[in-house]
Design a protein around this ligand. Sequence first.
Ligand SMILES: Cc1ncc(COP(=O)(O)O)c(C=O)c1O
Length: 359
Amino acid sequence: MSGFVRKKFQGFTGYVPGFQPPDLGWIKLNTNENPFPPSPKIRKFLSSVDFSLLRKYPSPMGEPLRGTLSGKYSISQEKILVTNGSDEALALLFLALFEETDTVICPSLTYSLYPVLSGIYGGKIREISVDADFQFRLEDLESADGKAIIFANPNAPTGTYFSPEEIFSMAEKSSKLWIIDEAYADFADREKSSMLDYPERLNSAKNIVVIRTFSKSYSLAGARIGYLVSPDEEIMNALYALKDSYNEDYLSLMMGELALEDFVYYENNIRIIKEQRIFMKSEMEKMGFFVFPSQANFLLIRPHSLNAGAIMERLKDKKILVRHFNTQRLANYLRISIGSPEENRGLLDALEFIINGNK
Ligand SMILES: Cc1ncc(COP(=O)(O)O)c(C=O)c1O
């Protein structure tokens, strides 16, 4: 050991991302990416972009994307922060808000980055247990002692979901800060599935922070575009002061802007993914898997006979990637992203072979 690393980070275990294969030809259902390409408007932009513009720094305020988001959701610009993926928004929040001793409440099953961020920046995670269906109650989060509450809605890796009204009703009478990570909100079966669809309520709720990403519903995980919305001026001032001046690059700001302009294209993809979610759930149930109901672009499944880790390995041998979390609670589950209809068929055929092939 050289001893150069800060004591706190010697041997520190970071977030473990899903495997990204180095070559083509995989059916990749392990990181909840969107199976469809980004909008054709983005392809056109990238093929004709004036590359000399890369000479200049991008907008430190995340323009033009921030202005377009402001118009889309009727939320004033200073309440929006564009970030380098939503992971950066989450990291900035942990950095800006939590002393080492502050308690941050979350369900015992949720996005596994939160405890990592608390280890890096501050805050002590207090987990509220989930029931046998991996569901949790907002009341239980509220009644725990702590400064803030954080969870993904729809939740990961389970796909459980609360309507924005339910969250507003609980948060509006709470003295805690409610951080709602809406990475998968566009996949929920509701016309108004996001807290951002209720600008009037959100504008007056100083204790709510909403985090969004372009990685999932907008097919732009590789461009790293996220944003955060908070009506609390003090929080926003702190986040703007702490962020890297040029935290989002020019190309990504333009791609985000073009993605918002082409919502019709994305709406169609989201519709197909939701239809495939229903199809995949019923097909996997027919094969004997237990499949949790999901409002996200993935399904959490439990095999009834074979071991989940072994299925993951056998699928990998066939160049199909699904996610297996090697934790005590999730050891016998697999999280499978909804792919294109062809990819999903490929997965079902492979599962069928693994389960019945040797008979
Ligand atoms: C719940 C949740 N929040 C945030 C993220 C991070 O998304 P981004 O690509 O915007 O950093 C993910 C990624 O899988 C996620 O599952």
